[in-house]
Write a protein that binds this ligand. Structure first.
Ligand code: SAH
Ligand code: SF4
Length: 344
């Protein structure tokens, strides 16, 4: 029998699966609670299941999809988790304490195909999509390390909307009251702007949306983010204007500030025009430097000036300071250098 990764299943799928092996459908709900609420490490801990069912699970299924290889803590308390996958690839997740919140930044792919010029994950190229189990297990394993997670952001390695189906199913498990029971207000999908999937997400999932913008005109954005050729700014902003937002919610626009590239007052003014008619808030992120990246952080005053121009136009604008950069855990620095297949 082929090994079944139980964390690949949403609750309705798990119900079908338990039925297919001769058990009653309600057992699925029990399994879901054991997996996501009790966070068992072995089926032997599930004493409310029959011995026969437990043996069946023991031999036919796999609970964990990831192996925790290393955990590092930065000076500011940010923790980076390195996981190995079954085929030897590796990914990283980052836990960012920001009391009372604890945000886990999760990966959706090994590498990324979009090749943004400021991002180390992008410079790795694309290896493969993560399965549903590999996405949700990042959360399970960090919770198992006794970490209380309050918020989830798809801002680790990869482009979540390029792995739409698995990300969508993983979110169903995160949101399921019998599963991880997170509120949709506490989950954020960040995307470089894949428009068709963005439109699908708006129809199918009520989670928060963040758009990686980083440039206010097509010429510059295409230079920094090649995906802009396929989905240029006018179309992206149109999709944002039409995005079905619940009342009082806004789309977050991420804008990495790069010294001498996109940090002039003219860029800020173009950004104001671009965001016209969009319920937006802006996160300014001073670039996280890396030896493989040809860009640098602007001086602090330039960052403050940029913020002021946006704020004067009544755009809610925050400066997001980098966390965990001393252990290369900051945005865009995730490279998961431990990779058996790559070394071989
Ligand atoms: N692919 C998705 C999600 C992962 S990237 C996306 O691009 O939105 C998460 C965030 O980190 C994005 O906003 C991305 O633009 C940002 N990022 C990438 N490289 C960075 C760097 N060197 N410094 C700061 N932020 C970076
Ligand atoms: Fe991919 Fe996002 Fe990095 Fe761009 S910024 S290469 S979309 S992970």
């Amino acid at each position: 029998m082929q090994t079944v990764f139980v964390k690949n299943f949403t609750l309705p799928e798990l119900e079908n699966w338990v039925e297919s092996i001769g058990e009653r459908r309600f057992r699925a709900r029990q399994l879901f609670r054991h997996i996501y609420a009790r966070r068992v490490r072995s089926w032997q801990e599930c004493s409310d299941l029959s011995k026969m069912f437990r043996v069946q699970l023991e031999f036919g299924t796999q609970l964990d999809a990831l192996t925790l290889i290393e955990k590092r803590e930065a000076e500011d308390g940010t923790k980076k988790y390195l996981f190995e996958l079954h085929d030897g690839h590796s990914i990283e997740s980052v836990l960012i304490p920001d009391p009372p919140r604890q945000t886990l930044c999760i990966s959706s792919q090994v590498g990324c195909a979009l090749g943004c010029k400021f991002c180390v994950t992008g410079s790795l190229g694309f290896k493969r999509n993560l399965s549903v189990a590999e996405i949700v297990d990042q959360i399970c394993q960090v919770q198992r390390e006794h970490a209380r997670i309050t918020n989830l952001v798809f801002m680790g390695m990869g482009e979540p909307l390029a792995n739409y189906d698995s990300v969508q199913k993983a979110m169903q498990i995160m949101l399921d009251p019998n599963g991880m029971a997170f509120s949709h207000r506490r989950i954020t999908v960040s995307t470089a702007g894949l428009i068709p999937q963005l439109q699908r997400l708006g129809k199918e999932s009520p989670v928060n949306l963040a758009i990686s913008l980083h440039a206010p005109d097509d010429e510059l954005r295409t230079r920094l983010m090649p995906i802009n050729t396929k989905y240029p700014l006018a179309q992206l902003m149109e999709a944002c204007r039409e995005y079905p937002l619940p009342p009082r919610k806004r789309i977050t626009f991420e804008y990495i500030l790069m010294d001498g590239i996109n940090d002039e007052p003219t860029h800020a003014r173009k950004l104001i025009t671009l965001l016209h008619g969009v319920r937006a808030k802006v996160n300014l992120i001073p670039l996280n430097p890396h030896p493989d990246i040809p860009y640098f952080q602007p001086p602090e005053q330039r960052i403050l000036d940029f913020q002021e121009i946006l704020q004067n136009a009544r755009i809610n604008t925050l400066i997001r300071q980098s966390r965990g950069s001393d252990i290369r855990a900051a945005c865009g620095q995730l490279a998961a250098q431990y990779c058996r297949t790559a070394k071989a």
